[in-house]
Design a protein around this ligand. Sequence first.
Ligand SMILES: NC(=O)C1=CN([C@@H]2O[C@H](COP(=O)(O)OP(=O)(O)OC[C@H]3O[C@@H](n4cnc5c(N)ncnc54)[C@H](O)[C@@H]3O)[C@@H](O)[C@H]2O)C=CC1
Ligand SMILES: O=C1O[C@H](COP(=O)(O)O)[C@@H](O)[C@H](O)[C@H]1O
Length: 248
Amino acid sequence: MDDPVLLTGAEGRVGSAILSGLESKYDWRLLDREPPADESSNDFFVADITDYDAVYEAVDGAGAIIHLAGDPRPEAPWNSVLSNNIDGTHNILQAAVDSESVEKFIFASSNHAVGNYETDDRTPDLYRPHDEFRLDGTEFPRPSNLYGVSKATGEVLGRYYHDEFDLSVANVRIGNLTEGHPPKDYERGQAMWLSYRDCAHLFDCCLQADYDYEIIYGISDNDRKYYSIDRAREVFGYDPQDNSAHFD
Ligand SMILES: NC(=O)C1=CN([C@@H]2O[C@H](COP(=O)(O)OP(=O)(O)OC[C@H]3O[C@@H](n4cnc5c(N)ncnc54)[C@H](O)[C@@H]3O)[C@@H](O)[C@H]2O)C=CC1
Ligand SMILES: O=C1O[C@H](COP(=O)(O)O)[C@@H](O)[C@H](O)[C@H]1O
């Protein structure tokens, strides 16, 4: 990817993980509604993701977008996810096709889009290494909260913009990103842990690979897992280095 890459929500945790691994590899444009905390040589757009004109200015001329901006709280209320997550994702997808420069759109979806597969009869065994149940991205969404509904909606918006406008779309259902080590005393979090370096590598793969429309899981190669990473390996060349079991 030689063209600029627009990273929205760049000031947050996932944005930091991506930039910590890939800052020197791409010509970044960063967008966030918060101004940058640190000085950086990258172009920075302070804008709300729901402001079409401001978003279009950041998008126009970019070859790819990693879209992270939004309300990440599983308990977020409807008015917030409707505006920040659903309207915001629609807005930037529309700007992407209007610009005619964007080829790839990479969307930060979430484990909460499918959280209700974790039924009482499956848990807690589901979170343990011996359990063979896997979600692989071909299943229907089963959101565990309204935030998860907004992420499933973002995936469907991407489907529409792929089918109608030929945008390459990768939806990464991110697990639980923490820096340094997996969550402690939290089996579910350990089963869907995504390390910072695997996060940067996975989004790098999404910028490099060729694909049409994909849904993949964003977790490290944990012994405990109920999300398959086979599709991420096969289509994107994802080769994670970390495993929450190494911290037991
Ligand atoms: N951190 C995690 O483990 C996971 C994160 N995700 C998704 O990844 C994305 C990033 O999450 P985090 O970095 O953890 O959250 P964060 O809260 O650390 O970062 C989000 C960033 O987006 C910005 N933002 C929020 N609403 C905005 C708006 N309307 N316009 C412009 N900027 C806006 C915030 O200022 C913030 O810098 C979110 O979409 C979240 O749903 C999904 C699954 C797991
Ligand atoms: O989508 C998200 O998921 C992670 C993990 O969920 P949790 O319910 O196990 O904490 C969450 O930490 C993050 O804030 C959210 O955006």
